[in-house]
Design a protein around this ligand. Structure first.
Ligand SMILES: Cc1cc2nc3c(=O)[nH]c(=O)nc-3n(C[C@H](O)[C@H](O)[C@H](O)COP(=O)(O)OP(=O)(O)OC[C@H]3O[C@@H](n4cnc5c(N)ncnc54)[C@H](O)[C@@H]3O)c2cc1C
Length: 602
């Protein structure tokens, strides 16, 4: 595969050299797998992404979904790509073999999915939503619901959506007003208007399975009164349900994916059925949203990888300026200029560091299921809960900033539609907004996650980082002072300081939270950013150690790849982490200005 959107070599490095995913095959669930089967799945993903997803990335953007004769029309390449995705088994990648799945660990499946996102995130989104809906029905559905909906969702005949947002209920889902009135026999009459529904209408398959949040008549107010309903576009008897497209939304990016305003029950004849328990809808939906948040992190990191590789190729070709002052000396490719290298390394740090953090999150969700002891499984879940908002928001924000650097490297050409980077940037910008905005993620991290179970998740994360720090120190002590090991030991010391600072800042913010929540939460976004930088520093130390282990035997491209990892680690610890560490003093000052500001002064 040409390295145009994600490096195949990097996926192998992250999965095997850093995360050692083959160790998962010791668990009974994955015992039939091996490194070879994992690699084969990734190779297949790369091939299909290259052949079926990447070629229509631009066409799906310029010919966005349109309403023609009352139906939503997409360019045909979208359906063909999704069929190839389904036929290769990627919809059912993590499902049991008994259900027709590949029974892949989530970490490997996510690595496969990252390739499709990097190639064409808009087309991939249809598949991602179907997988999310299938997981929800698998987890909360009755045996009959599983039987009726799962096969279609897993083989690509059905597609799925998540239907939460209403015009008056965006970040605040407590305001949801859609209603569900019991009709008897487990059926409910659904009524309400929803907005921004991704993949909300199209003709890609035989049915669309909407998962809709609505309130039962006796529902308590707020989030504790929201229930979840399965609302198929076509009912079991083949009759169209009363789900109506009120309009398509035209977006800045990700234009290939339909975004719909949907009216449920305009004629009073929209029939749905409960999924899970009454009033537990949001808790159930959070399973899908947490999964979706990892997906957002993966998408944003994959797009950062794509932007990096496009701008790297451009920087190697574009000749401009000289290294020597003599105007008769030859001009050089812009990759020779220090400022362009800075922008390339900054992107690489975000793209490959972010992707590893997301895959680490996916591995935690595997370990939550298959780790040998109950204590290990609990710890994995705690750490995943803690890291999820960081994975979502840090990767989204910095992935988009990385894409902005990719445009910058293209100079004026990057601002035109002749080059892919402007579309990649537009596609990525969504990731800070949907699945809970970055601001909401930050409040979730500070307001809920770090204090959970008296800080047990923070302690567990600190212990994990400590293991990497010790590994770096011991390697330096035992294997002699090579320049690479000396650098890694230095980075380990930096990471240790960063973590201690983060712990102290966390304590200061948590102490303020119960008495002055507005003042504490005013620091939340900067706190998440700083937390994310610390987590990414950990990811780069892990990559550096893995690269050093391999460096001895490496030659040619392999050696250059590993040297690239060490250069990026150096850049992150030298140029990026120290800037972020400046935020600790600011955070601990708990500046009340934002909380106290009079709106009239703005
Ligand atoms: C392209 C696209 C696809 C989407 N797909 C789906 C989908 O498939 N299904 C679905 O249900 N929804 C979907 N959404 C909706 C999306 O989840 C919401 O747009 C998002 O949650 C924000 O809600 P909102 O747009 O109403 O913004 P608002 O909630 O009005 O937020 C506006 C701003 O205020 C901030 N804010 C709001 N409340 C607070 C608070 N309490 N404290 C601090 N800051 C706050 C936000 O962070 C944001 O910056 C999609 C949106 C887009 C743009």
């Amino acid at each position: 595969m040409p390295d145009t959107f994600i490096r195949r070599r990097d996926l192998g490095f992250l999965l095997h050299d850093v995360l050692d995913v083959t160790a998962l095959t010791r668990a009974t669930r994955y015992a039939d797998h091996s490194r070879d089967t994992f690699d084969a799945a990734i190779d297949t993903a790369c091939r299909i992404a290259q052949e079926k997803f990447a070629p229509h990335h631009r066409a799906a953007d310029t010919q966005e979904p349109a309403l023609v004769d009352g139906k939503v029309r997409l360019i045909p390449e979208v359906g063909m790509a999704l069929k190839a995705f389904a036929d290769a088994g990627f919809l059912a990648a993590t499902f049991d073999e008994a259900d027709g799945g590949m029974q892949l660990p989530r970490v490997v499946a996510n690595a496969c999915w990252s390739v499709f996102k990097g190639a064409n995130v808009a087309t991939d989104t249809y598949a991602t939503l179907s997988i999310g809906v299938a997981n929800m029905i698998d987890a909360f559905g009755t045996p009959q619901q599983r039987e009726r909906f799962l096969p279609g969702l897993l083989n690509g005949r059905f597609f799925g959506t998540m239907v939460l947002t209403e015009p008056q209920a965006g970040s605040s889902l407590a305001e949801i007003s859609s209603s569900a009135v019991p009709l008897g026999g487990g059926r409910y009459r659904i009524k309400g208007s929803k907005i921004f529904i991704t993949a909300g209408d199209h003709e890609l398959g035989e049915n669309i399975i909407h998962l809709v949040l609505a309130r039962l008549p006796d529902a308590p107010p707020g989030v504790k009164g929201i229930s979840l309903f399965v609302v198929p576009k076509i009912r079991d008897d083949g009759v169209a349900n009363d789900v109506n497209l009120a309009g398509l939304i035209h977006k800045m990016g990700s234009r290939g994916t339909t975004s719909a305003m949907l009216n449920f029950g305009e004629r009073g004849d929209c029939v749905g059925e409960l999924l899970g328990q009454p009033h537990q809808g949001l808790a159930c939906m959070f399973q899908m949203m947490n999964e979706a948040r990892i997906n957002v992190g993966i998408a944003s990191s994959a797009l950062a990888c794509a932007g990096y590789l496009h701008s790297l190729a451009y920087a190697r070709e574009r000749v401009q300026g000289r290294e020597a002052p003599d105007p008769r000396s030859p001009q050089v490719p812009i990759v020779r200029h220090a400022d362009v290298r800075r922008m390339l390394l900054a992107q690489k740090c975000v793209a490959e560091g972010g992707l590893l953090l997301c895959l680490h999150g996916a591995l935690l969700s595997d370990l939550h299921e298959v780790a040998p002891t109950a204590a290990q499984r609990d710890t994995a879940r705690l750490m995943l809960d803690l890291l999820t908002p960081v994975i979502k928001a840090w990767c989204a924000k910095h992935g988009t900033l990385a894409n902005s650097l990719a445009m910058q490297i293209h100079g004026g050409y990057g601002y035109t539609r002749e080059y892919a980077v402007e579309q990649i940037y537009r596609d990525n910008r969504l990731n800070s907004i949907h699945e809970g905005t970055d601001g909401i993620q930050a409040m979730d991290l500070l307001g809920r996650k770090v204090g959970t179970a008296s800080g047990a998740a923070m302690q567990a994360l600190g212990a994990e980082m400590g293991t990497t720090i010790t590994e770096a120190r011991e390697a330096f002590a035992q294997c002699g002072a090579t320049p690479e090991l000396a650098a890694a030991a230095h980075w380990a010391a930096q990471l240790e300081r960063a973590w201690l600072d983060l712990e102290a800042t966390t304590q200061a913010l948590l102490a303020c939270l119960p008495h002055e929540p507005r003042r504490a939460l005013a620091q939340a976004s900067l706190y998440l950013d700083t937390f994310g930088h610390t987590a990414i520093a950990w990811m780069w130390l892990r990559q550096a150690l893995a690269a050093i282990r391999r460096l001895g035997d490496a030659q040619g491209d392999d050696m250059r790849f590993l040297r690239g990892k060490l250069a990026a680690a150096h850049h992150f610890f030298h140029a990026e982490l120290p800037l972020a560490m400046g935020a600790h003093a600011l955070l601990r000052s708990l500046d009340p200005a934002l909380a106290e500001l009079d709106d009239a002064w703005l």
